[in-house]
Design a binder for this molecule. Structure first.
Ligand code: SF4
Ligand code: FES
Length: 365
């Protein structure tokens, strides 16, 4: 008999307002085919989607992208969302953030900012961002701190910035961050394309461990430090999204509703659009959200494993991208028959440091 999976209501929505971005980070998880401005939802469509999300149960909305500040209607969307009773977070590069704009966003209900940082110094950071960005981020952090808004600094770690880890932590302290997320790159979208150039070495990861441990201890009570491990090097996969269709959903700039930000990579999924089908119906009843809920879809390897309630069989996008089957055991898992694929990737000689920079043309650097 088929397992009946009853989903709980989602807690969080990531609203990818646009794929437009002034930065060109090679580790971006956006798809290689970036959506053009013309395909973006209108202000009215976003408001309708946000209202539906609240009705569905969503309590936290993360405005993200691309760069959400590229949308002139951001204040209006924040106001609408805050008035619905949601906690509003902005995920931004900081480029385009002025004191005046920030004051408006806070006035409309913005509660928290996550600011991305590429490296410890301008030369390296601008090389990774593919544009002069670092100095703007320092100013953005000052502006944010002056308002008293909680600030998280997000740093994606990879081979080209791991050696600056201590400097990055010091920079986040100088910025007055309340929280620092140091996340090793996860390989989707542009990051997957650039995997050979981004993959850290085992030596870098070994050197990072004591630095992170010391920072966590030293900064307890001042700045929360979170470290996301480099999962290819682990024995077991991450509990991606805390389970498929379990807690969160993402809406792409054109209204495509995704069970996780990278889910458009799973070519076998039929994705719905929020302009064509009610969000509640998509969350509870769509093929895409039900594809990997519960345990019935799992391989025997996962279904017979005690860790299945810990990691939910790992990441569905990673499983698809590495094996071509979204229901296979995440190949990061040492029990996966496909673990050899990950080991082969790790055994490759250190690749060229040249990146394909994110952008419509994917220019080389
Ligand atoms: Fe997780 Fe499946 Fe590996 Fe068990 S076999 S640890 S459930 S991925
Ligand atoms: Fe999509 Fe992990 S990134 S399920």
């Amino acid at each position: 008999m088929s397992e009946v999976v009853t989903a709980a209501a989602p807690l969080g929505l990531t609203a990818e307002l646009t794929h437009r971005c002034p930065l060109h980070c090679p580790y971006c998880s956006n798809p290689l085919e970036l959506m053009a401005r013309e395909s973006e939802l209108t202000t009215g469509q976003w408001k309708s989607v946000l209202s539906q999300a609240r009705e569905l149960g969503v309590l936290q909305v993360h405005f993200s992208g691309g760069e959400p500040l590229a949308r002139p209607d951001l204040p209006e969307l924040i106001e609408h969302t805050a008035n619905l009773g949601c906690y509003v977070n902005l995920v931004t590069s900081g480029l385009g953030l002025t004191g005046e704009r920030l004051a408006v966003l806070i006035d409309r209900g913005l509660a928290h900012i996550q600011l991305s940082v590429q490296a410890a110094d301008a030369e390296r950071a601008d090389m990774i961002a593919g544009t002069r960005a670092h100095a703007h981020k320092i100013v953005a952090a000052e502006l944010i701190k002056r308002t008293g808004l909680p600030l998280s600094v997000n740093v994606v770690l990879h081979r080209a910035n791991h050696d600056q880890l201590e400097g990055i932590i010091a920079l986040a302290e100088r910025m007055g961050a309340d929280r620092l997320e140091l996340a090793n790159t996860q390989y989707y979208g542009w990051a997957l394309k650039n995997r050979d150039a981004l993959m850290p070495t085992p030596e870098q990861l070994a050197a990072a461990a004591p630095v992170v441990r010391a920072a966590i201890d030293r900064l307890k009570g001042t700045m929360q430090v979170i470290y996301v491990v480099a999962d290819y090097y682990e024995d077991y996969p991450k509990p991606c999204m805390y389970g498929w269709g379990a807690r969160q959903l993402t809406i792409a700039p054109d209204g495509t509703v995704l069970p996780c930000p990278a889910a458009s990579a799973i070519e076998t999924l039929t994705l719905d659009n929020a302009t064509k089908r009610p969000l509640t119906e998509i969350w509870y009843g769509s093929e895409s959200f039900n594809a990997y809920r519960g345990e019935e879809w799992m391989s025997d390897t996962c279904r017979s494993c005690d860790r299945r309630s810990v990691d939910y069989g790992g990441c569905r996008c990673q499983a698809f991208l590495l094996t071509g089957d979204g229901a296979s055991t995440d190949p990061v898992c040492k029990k996966s028959p496909d673990r050899g694929l990950v080991d082969l990737i790790l055994a490759r000689p250190v690749g060229s440091p040249d990146f394909a920079m994110r952008g419509p043309k994917g220019r080389q650097r």
